[in-house]
Design a protein. Structure first.
Length: 569
């Protein structure tokens, strides 16, 4: 470490996110670490002839943002130019989707698959006007009779294809859906072009798997987007054999190898933590254990920096694996005809046993567990499985967590807090679906969904992530949503009692996310000796109207002391 700093920031608000959430006015970086935090007088001796001094001019300096649940390769594959953007507001109707597909067909060689991502019936005019109106192959056939088309929903729980795609994958009225899936049919029994949950594998298996170059291109695209958002760390929540059939293998084993290549080549401009995905949504405990043991045996120690790329744990699916349901609830949902968003029903005891066995095996093997659970009964099941595994095999500081946890119950909160376990919530999903969820779950449960206030007050460790490509990885919108609890389309308030303070919201994207990574000792806050992962936001973030936060620009991003995004000129 040299005598002088390489970077010095003065003249703004340095939001340290330390234990007191103290705010300084200056910060110095020497090499890859933070050398000093305080006032101008504290950094002045470190300014030398080659030091870059950044006058923040009232801007806000934060720790680098940590999106603790983001599918990096999948997000790149689902984003332009690799895929059509079919999310709101890019499209607002079925006609808009057809128009986007028509343009893509005009650019594509004969026979090439047309892919798109992000459609949501809650934001398609025809479906909003008539909830029984769902996307169908007929909407696509007129604009793409010869090119197969596959369009992924924003949630990842449904895929919409045209007749050519159905022909190529061999789906007709006689096709039986795989376990945990549904092929939607019309009144004549003919496939409509919608495939739910496990049935999506029918089209996934027909698509050519991603090559190494495509995976690398997708990840590079994601890294560029994240750098421009001030995101310096993220968790890839599931890479392994269980992801080989998802989005052409974007969540597969080879993607982890590509991350290693990018790191070796100096191209990994964010820190990446990984959860292994031994099996998919419908696995047995026996298959899970066998695959996990094989992954453990194959994971030879690498020569790379574990602070840049590390395997933190294992992902398990607790729910989201039955037709037309994405969560298991104690009481069924009230909505009907809502496709993949309509949930409810009991989690059968056989499945409960499988979940408990998978959790027990991974815990005993020494892994951190991140378990996908979106319904209150599924969440209770997972929390109890964590406690049972901990009692059978005591382990200090396992840091297991529930993924999503949108209907976290008081029981689950009590269990998680008692073991210092956590929940990984997704505020931008709440923002996206708040206008429609009351119709599906009832007013009370809609207001309660994503209970940030209750979880924090109960002592549960809460981190936030975007679940990209389900939502765009914009932490600023996530912060605004946690503070305001307002919806995307109508701006309606949903559950004001679950609002949290701005400081608490920032913590979920910084120090609490770092803790999820077992890394709070060296990242996640701006303190001397910690790594220089920084995000500069134009303007006074702490004093801004929360409604203005999503529009505040990120102007500089620093990873490990190196500038990876610079809009300051």
């Amino acid at each position: 470490m040299g005598t002088y700093a390489d970077l010095v920031f003065v003249g703004g608000k340095v939001v340290t996110v330390d234990a007191e959430f103290s705010v300084a006015e200056a910060l110095a970086v020497t090499g890859s670490v933070i050398a000093a935090v305080g006032g101008r007088e504290d950094v002045a001796p470190l300014v030398g002839p080659d030091t870059r001094v950044v006058d923040l001019e009232g801007a806000t300096l934060l720790p680098g943002i940590n999106d603790s649940h983001l599918h990096g390769c999948a997000f790149g594959m689902a984003s332009p130019p690799l895929s059509l953007d079919l999310g709101h507001p890019a499209v607002s109707s079925l006609a808009d989707v057809a128009g986007a597909v028509r343009e893509a067909v005009g650019r594509a060689p004969a026979g090439r698959w047309i892919t798109g991502h992000g459609w949501d019936t809650g934001y398609l005019d025809e479906c909003v006007a008539d909830p029984s109106r769902q996307p169908s192959r007929g909407d696509l056939d007129a604009v793409s009779p010869d090119h197969p088309v596959v369009l992924y929903s924003f949630s990842g729980h449904a895929t919409w294809v045209n007749s050519k795609a159905l022909e190529l994958i061999g789906v007709d009225r006689g096709t039986v859906a795989p376990p945990g899936g549904a092929i939607v049919t019309d009144e004549r029994g003919e496939p409509t072009g919608l495939l739910h949950e496990g049935a999506q594998a029918l089209v996934q298996n027909a698509l050519p798997p991603l090559g190494r170059r495509e995976r690398a291109e997708a990840i590079r695209s994601t890294l560029a987007t994240l750098a421009a958002l001030g995101i310096t760390s993220y968790t890839e929540p599931g890479l392994g054999p269980g992801g080989d059939g998802i989005m052409r293998g974007a969540l597969g084993t080879e993607t982890l190898d590509v991350y290693r290549d990018l790191l070796a080549d100096g191209e990994l401009t964010a820190r990446v933590g990984v959860l292994l995905l031994p099996t998919g949504m419908t696995s047995t405990a026996e298959e899970f254990a066998r695959n996990l043991d094989a992954l453990d045996a194959a994971d030879a120690p690498g020569g790379h920096d574990p602070r840049r790329l590390a395997i933190h744990g294992v992902k398990v699916f607790a729910d989201g694996i039955v037709p037309n349901k994405t969560a298991w609830m104690h009481e069924p949902y009230v909505g009907g005809g809502c496709g993949s968003l309509c949930v409810g029903g009991d989690l059968d005891e056989e499945r409960v046993g499988e979940i408990r066995a998978m959790v027990r095996h991974a815990h005993a093997a020494g892994h951190q567990l991140g378990v996908h659970a979106t319904g209150d009964r599924a969440i209770d099941t997972v929390a109890d499985a964590f406690a049972e595994a901990a009692a059978a095999h005591p382990r200090p500081d396992a840091r297991h967590y529930v993924i999503h946890g949108d209907f976290l119950t008081p029981h689950a909160m009590k269990v998680l807090a008692a073991h210092d376990y956590g929940v990984n919530m997704n505020p931008t999903i709440k923002w996206t679906v708040a206008d429609m969820e009351e119709d599906f779950v009832g007013a009370g449960r809609a207001a309660y969904a994503w209970p940030y206030r209750d979880a924090i007050d109960a002592g549960v460790r809460v981190a936030s992530g975007s679940d990209a490509p389900v939502t765009h990885p914009d932490w600023r919108q996530g912060v605004a949503t946690m503070v305001l609890r307002e919806s995307k389309a109508a701006g309606r308030v949903s559950g004001p009692e679950q609002r949290i303070a701005l400081a608490e919201a920032i913590r979920t994207y910084t120090i609490e996310a770092a803790r999820q990574d077992f890394a709070e000792d060296w990242k996640g806050s701006l303190e001397p000796g910690k790594v220089a992962d920084l995000c500069v936001v134009g303007g006074d973030l702490l004093g801004a109207d929360p409604h203005a936060v999503p529009g505040m620009p990120v102007v500089l991003t620093v990873l490990d002391g190196r500038i990876v995004y610079d809009a300051l000129g």
